[in-house]
Ligand binder design. Structure first.
Ligand SMILES: C/C(=C\C(=O)SCCNC(=O)CCNC(=O)[C@H](O)C(C)(C)COP(=O)(O)OP(=O)(O)OC[C@H]1O[C@@H](n2cnc3c(N)ncnc32)[C@H](O)[C@@H]1OP(=O)(O)O)C(=O)O
Length: 288
């Protein structure tokens, strides 16, 4: 298939609905964000969520590759990380111009097998045509996973019930972050993310070979960013670098805590983080 990278330019509204949805989902007592407010850093992942039409969706739920994204043959897509520079606030209810482009497609040999790293750049311009947000997103495509001959049991019914408000303070600077299938489904809906690994348990376990539903990379990263709001930091953020290092599976214990003064991590049962978020304070803009 012949494929060429191209710049996709769209005009979009910073939608209040998905922003209110994230506040409801986090349910953590931080101030609600509404029309006229500046979006907290990274919340554009929800506010500018896009709905591809059903007829373009491929087997994993995402739009079939070969149009905007390259026709990578490796089947398993993961959101792997990226970097976001904040230059000016995005205001809920305003209009933005969005420019997106695939910058590179690189094959790599990872410890887990063959990988293709697709780098997408996104630029958001505000109503005065100022560059407000510059972003790089790293998508990784992986080889097929081993699928167990016998389907794994679904786990105790209790683990599938909504776990309640996800954040709980468990010590100085440490927060438990609880996930359940309802939380993941609601985050998929709020971000209009159709990827089946997050809500379709038979697909996640029997087709992609994961031991359970996969927690969204953007959800882990937004949860880390939320720690700043929970702890009342309102210094302007200039830049954030985020990386999803190993999958977190739904219902597994997760602890959000500092790694150093500028870096937060999502931890499971060992010292290797699932995800990290490095924050640069400076000439950016404050939290809502
Ligand atoms: C939304 C959404 C989907 C999701 O949310 S999926 C869930 C969130 N994402 C994850 O859980 C990903 C977790 N990460 C991993 O499982 C592993 O890091 C991964 C991606 C399988 C790679 O592991 P490997 O061990 O195979 O890779 P290596 O460490 O050996 O590195 C090989 C080269 O690849 C580069 N690389 C690795 N990880 C990343 C990364 N996160 N971002 C960018 N680049 C990465 C690494 O630098 C190595 O490159 P060299 O040039 O040094 O060879 C949705 O679909 O919408």
């Amino acid at each position: 298939m012949s494929w060429e990278p191209h710049t996709l330019t769209t005009r979009e509204t910073v939608e209040p609905g998905p922003v209110a949805a994230l506040s409801a989902l986090f349910d953590d007592g931080t101030p609600a964000v509404g029309p006229g407010d500046a979006l907290p850093p990274l919340w554009h992942w929800l506010a500018l969520a896009r709905w591809p039409v059903s007829s373009v969706l491929g087997a994993d739920g995402h739009p079939a590759r070969g149009s905007f994204l390259p026709p990578v043959e490796l089947p398993r897509r993961m959101f792997a990380g990226g970097e976001v520079a904040f230059h000016a606030p995005l205001v809920v209810g305003s209009t933005v111009r969005r420019q997106a482009r695939v910058e590179s497609v690189t094959e790599k040999a990872g410890r887990s097998g063959r990988l293709v790293v697709v780098v997408v750049t996104i630029r958001l311009y505000d109503e005065r045509d100022r560059l407000a947000v510059e972003e790089r997103q790293d998508l990784i495509y992986r080889e097929a996973g081993a699928v167990p001959e016998q389907a794994a049991p679904a786990g105790p019914a209790a683990a599938l019930a909504p776990a309640g408000a996800p954040f709980a303070r468990v010590g100085e600077g440490a927060w438990r972050f609880a996930t359940d299938p309802t939380l993941l489904m609601r985050f998929s809906a709020a971000t209009s993310n159709p990827h089946r690994i997050h809500y379709d348990w038979p697909y996640a376990t029997r087709v992609e070979g994961y031991p359970g539903l996969v927690v969204h990379g953007p959800l882990m990263t937004l949860a880390l960013a939320e720690v700043l709001r929970l702890e009342g930091h309102d210094a302007p953020v200039a830049r954030m670098r985020h990386r999803n290092r190993k999958p977190l599976f739904c219902g597994r214990p997760a602890l959000l805590r500092r790694i150093d003064a500028a870096t937060l991590g999502v931890f499971g049962q060992d010292d290797e983080p699932h995800s990290t978020l490095a924050i640069e304070f400076g000439e950016g803009f404050g939290h809502a």
